[in-house]
Design a protein around this ligand. Structure first.
Ligand SMILES: *[C@@H]1O[C@H](CO)[C@@H](O)[C@H](O)[C@H]1NC(C)=O
Ligand SMILES: *[C@@H]1O[C@H](CO)[C@@H](O)[C@H](O)[C@H]1NC(C)=O
Ligand SMILES: [Zn+2]
Length: 502
């Protein structure tokens, strides 16, 4: 009897030990949530239209360990790869993921407006693989090393694409080189400032002296200053009139093109410091969201010719809409600088096609519907900002195809140039050794942005694009080799990386 018991025990012991080990192993570590919708990290994606810096090729892109390992031209690849690890996209376009250098995700502090989780889900669904978050509209604004830390904490584990950060240049830090250096050393990719009130109390405006100081610090780091270029001018007309605040033309009158022109004229007294041999050589000035295609553009062309280190962006809403067609009370279209007339829009297109405007950005700037659709359409009191993040690729393509744009131009405006501005050498092109940041999309596919369309932004109803018919459907988005979005599904885990400058 004793012996039998003992025997049983020796038989059971290993089993008990095994079960115990199994339990420890599985309960002591968090459940694994995958960063990618693919089971492997070595694979090939094939198509007849791969947009590379050397032109459009037919073939396959080899991805391994998050990087682009090789490019194989058609005819070569079928025999050389493991066919079970090939995703053949056929005629769909394989293009570098979009790099959006101008987005407001309002995190931390105003996550009821957007936030990193919804904003980066929408970005991934729209083919954006990297976005650079603006230092204002979140709370607090990112104007110091400490406030940057709060941003990074908010982003970590919550982003589906890579996210970098601009810091704020404000009067409080502009004359304090060690404060600015602290912020730059902590990893902001550059600085942003306003030449008019920003609409956010803890982000006051700068004048040209502040900007000059900022550029001299940025020169050492070879990082850019982004400027909102509008300066308030006296507006005689409006003082004497009682205009209907529900009419878009009333709002347009409050921010005429002369505001942009005055700001750019003043900026150019400072940007000459960035010329070769100048006191701020190595610094770079970038004008955000240009709307005026009149004198502003002529000033910019002149400065570029003189060797100023200067670039300019505009946004899809300035290329898609014109003031004449904005309905009364439809404050979804309010932004600053404002959307101007149809003739202005055509000239913006021309400047973009001719290369005077360097790149595109979303300036995605949402708020809660109560603020955006204020008081049944009061343009003077509604929140200014267009919600667009998920739609910028199809919008650019849908309007651009009428202007004869090419896929290569989209890759230039949305990937290569913005990557360079943000100092991201390993992004912005399908090239060997780069991050495998890729969007796969079908330019010929049409869809309507309505309530049936999956939209991942926090407040779809405030977007001026709702109701539009667009061309260009995103089929898949890869961030550093992770398939983060495909066919209406996101990867289970948010594995985007915060991007910090070194
Ligand atoms: C400059 O900034 C540093 C770091 O934030 C701070 O400790 C210092 O007091 C500031 N100096 C002035 C004169 O404000
Ligand atoms: C900008 O403002 C600062 C005060 O913050 C002042 O010292 C400087 O003179 C101003 N510069 C210009 C050009 O107005
Ligand atoms: Zn903005």
């Amino acid at each position: 009897m004793e012996l039998k018991k003992w025997k049983l025990l020796t038989l059971l012991l290993p089993l008990v030990a095994y079960l115990l080990l199994f339990a420890i192993k599985n309960f002591s570590k968090p459940s694994v949530r995958s960063c990618s919708l693919l089971p492997h990290d070595h694979y090939w994606i094939a198509s007849k239209r791969i947009v590379t810096p050397q032109g459009i090729i037919s073939g396959a892109v080899e991805v391994n360990g998050g990087l682009i390992k090789s490019l194989i031209k058609e005819g070569d690849w079928q025999g050389r790869v493991h066919t079970e690890q090939v995703i053949d996209y056929g005629e769909a376009v394989i293009m570098p993921g979009l790099v959006d250098v101008h987005a407001h995700l309002d995190d931390p502090g105003r996550t009821e407006w957007e936030g990193f989780p919804s904003g980066t889900r929408a970005a991934a669904a729209g083919g954006i693989t990297t976005l650079i978050d603006m230092p204002l509209n979140s709370f607090p604004s990112t104007v110091s090393e400490e406030t940057l830390k709060l941003k990074i904490e908010a982003a970590e584990g919550n982003i589906f694409v890579d996210v970098g950060f601009w810091g704020g240049l404000v009067p409080e830090n502009a004359f304090n080189a060690s404060a600015l250096e602290g912020l730059l050393n902590a990893g902001v990719l550059g600085l942003k400032s306003f030449m008019c009130p920003s609409g956010i109390n803890d982000f006051p405006m700068t004048n040209s002296t502040h900007i000059k100081e900022g550029l001299s610090v940025l020169a050492k780091y070879r990082r850019p200053l982004l400027v909102h270029a509008e300066i308030e001018q006296e507006s005689e007309e409006l003082k004497n009139e009682v205009d209907d605040p529900r009419s878009y033309s009333t709002y347009l009158k409050t921010r005429p093109a002369s505001w942009e022109q005055a700001a750019i004229r003043e900026l150019l007294t400072v940007t000459k410091d960035t010329r070769a041999g100048g006191p701020s050589e190595g610094a770079h000035l970038h004008i955000v969201h240009l709307s005026d295609s009149g004198d502003s553009l002529d000033l910019i062309k002149e400065a570029k010719r003189s060797g100023d280190s200067l670039t300019v962006e505009t946004c899809p809403h300035y290329l898609a809409f014109s003031s004449e067609e904005i309905p009364d009370g439809d404050t979804r279209f309010k932004c600053s600088p404002p959307i101007r007339g149809a003739a202005n829009k055509e000239k913006l297109w021309e400047a973009l096609m001719d290369g005077y405007i360097d790149m595109l950005s979303s300036d995605h700037s949402p708020s809660v519907p109560e603020l955006k659709l204020f008081d049944r359409g009061d343009f003077l009191r509604a929140w200014g900002g267009i919600s667009s993040l998920q739609f910028v690729l199809p919008v650019t393509w849908s309007i651009g195809r009428k202007h004869g744009i090419t896929l290569e131009q989209i890759a230039l405006w949305w990937s290569a140039k913005p990557s360079k501005l943000a100092g991201q050498d390993l992004k912005g092109a399908i090239a060997i050794g780069n991050h495998a940041d890729i969007v796969v999309w079908q330019p010929e596919m049409e869809f309507e942005l309505n309530d049936d369309h999956p939209i991942y932004l926090k407040h779809p109803s405030i977007s001026a694009y709702m109701g539009s018919k667009l061309f260009g459907k995103v089929l898949g988005t890869f961030v550093r080799g992770n398939l983060v979005f495909a066919e209406g599904k996101h990867a289970p885990a948010a594995c985007g990386s915060p991007i910090l400058a070194r």
